[in-house]
Design a protein around this ligand. Structure first.
Ligand SMILES: [Zn+2]
Length: 418
């Protein structure tokens, strides 16, 4: 972490948090691990001009990351390991690779011997000779083969963190931390490894190779990759200038609309992100809220059951949230045809829960008088241009479990799902 989380990196957080909800709904026990990289070149580079230590910058950005993703209201992953807390297992894993002949130390660096893995390239389906680790310049004189990648980097001038290893002082390369952390927390051969499809090569290919060669086993059974968010013509990556921060998007549109947008496309597809699409998502949120008004407690009409079943069948088919959402809106259409009879909310709440949006249909989703008062104070502060006070009041509301959302009739309070 060397900067605030942007909306593109919020997509995997949302996709895998919701996948966990769905798998739990289907009766599976799920452990969700999302790691935090707090040691790498970009952190050193970003810290220097800020006159901060890299450790302080990483800690500050990790704290922001937790706050910003908390505002999604999807809960925290079960574990969020830090690279800097995993050095011992990383060093042990590198030592195993060296001992087995799959890695070699040179001048304090350690490199993975790519051609010693006969299955290298199987994940990204690339031929070995067509690959480029993006590390050609650095270490090119020390590598046996340009394809080899760094497991450990010798300490360099200007780097303010350092750890000790049998082959010298330095710090881990980027790929090895994931193999080590995953094995520590989940064991080798766990079910699903996720991530953005920009990570397939080299990152995930290298993770898979490290574990395969050290343990004679595959790291994960299934690799699941989400598509990128596209902002205009360019994919959202931190290197691109046109970055929307997650906190900015949630402040402007609310977490309900953001989640509604993200579940509106199949996770594997690239997805366009712009204000117009956010407005459409807001309208969809309003449609759900509207349909939920006037529902009664209890089971939904049995004739509407096939739509609920279609929703879960779509999720069971490669987690197709877009098709599931289609079924949910058909359910809502059916509900509107039954304006004059009592319709039970159970099916709608069950569907929305898996999407992290059950706050749209639950009882008690009306805020109390105190919260309404805080909201009014916040609007007054905003109108007076006192944005610091407005932000404080928004945070106060958030701490009480309410999010401020701009609705068609002005701002309203929406329950945050914990
Ligand atoms: Zn990783």
């Amino acid at each position: 972490m060397y900067a605030r989380i942007h909306i593109g990196n919020a997509r995997p957080f949302v996709v895998y948090s919701l996948l966990k909800r769905f798998l739990e709904h289907e009766g599976h026990a799920v452990t969700l691990v999302i790691n935090v990289t707090d040691v790498n070149d970009k952190i050193y580079d970003a810290a220097a001009p800020l006159d901060m230590t890299s450790a302080d910058l990483a800690a500050q950005m990790t704290a922001h990351y937790k706050n910003d993703t908390d505002a999604l209201g999807l809960g925290r992953p079960d574990a969020e390991p830090l690279a800097s807390d995993t050095i011992e297992p990383i060093v042990a894993l590198i030592a195993d690779l060296i001992e087995r002949g799959h890695a070699y130390a040179v001048d304090g660096d350690v490199y993975f011997r790519v051609r010693s893995d006969p299955d290298y390239g199987s994940l990204s389906r690339r031929a070995v000779d067509e690959m480029n680790q993006g590390e050609d310049v650095e270490g090119s004189d020390r590598k046996e083969d340009p394809l080899d990648f760094a497991l450990w980097k010798a300490h360099k001038e200007g780097e303010d963190t350092v750890w000790f290893a049998p082959w010298g002082r330095g710090r881990p390369g980027w790929h090895i931390e994931c193999s080590a952390m995953a094995e520590e927390l989940l064991g080798v051969g766990f079910e699903i490894h996720g991530g953005g499809n920009d990570l397939v090569f080299p990152h995930h290919e290298n993770e898979a190779a490290q574990t395969r060669m050290a343990r004679d086993a595959e790291l994960a059974q299934i690799w699941m990759h989400n598509g990128m968010l596209q902002f205009g013509e360019e994919k959202m990556a931190k290197s691109v200038g046109n970055v929307a921060g997650l906190h900015e998007v949630i402040d402007e549109f609310g977490r309900n609309a953001l989640i509604m947008l993200l579940v509106g496309a199949h996770y594997r597809q690239p997805m366009a992100f712009d204000d117009m699409r956010m407005m459409e998502a807001l309208a969809r949120v309003a449609r759900v809220r509207d349909a939920a008004r006037g529902l009664v407690d209890g089971p939904s009409p049995p004739e509407m059951r096939p739509l609920r079943d279609a929703f879960f069948a779509a999720l069971a088919d490669d987690f197709n949230t877009a098709a599931a959402l289609g079924a949910l809106f058909e359910w809502i259409n059916e509900r509107h045809k039954r304006r004059d009879e009592p319709v039970g909310r159970a099916d709608l709440v069950e569907m929305l829960s898996v999407l992290g949006l059950q706050n749209l249909a639950e009882h008690g989703s009306e805020a109390g008088a105190e919260e309404q008062e805080l909201l009014e104070e916040r609007e007054a502060a905003r109108a007076a241009g006192n944005y610091a006070a407005a932000d404080r009041l928004r945070d106060e509301l958030r701490a009480r479990g309410w999010e401020v959302r701009d609705g068609p009739d002005g701002p309203e309070l929406v329950r945050i799902e914990q």
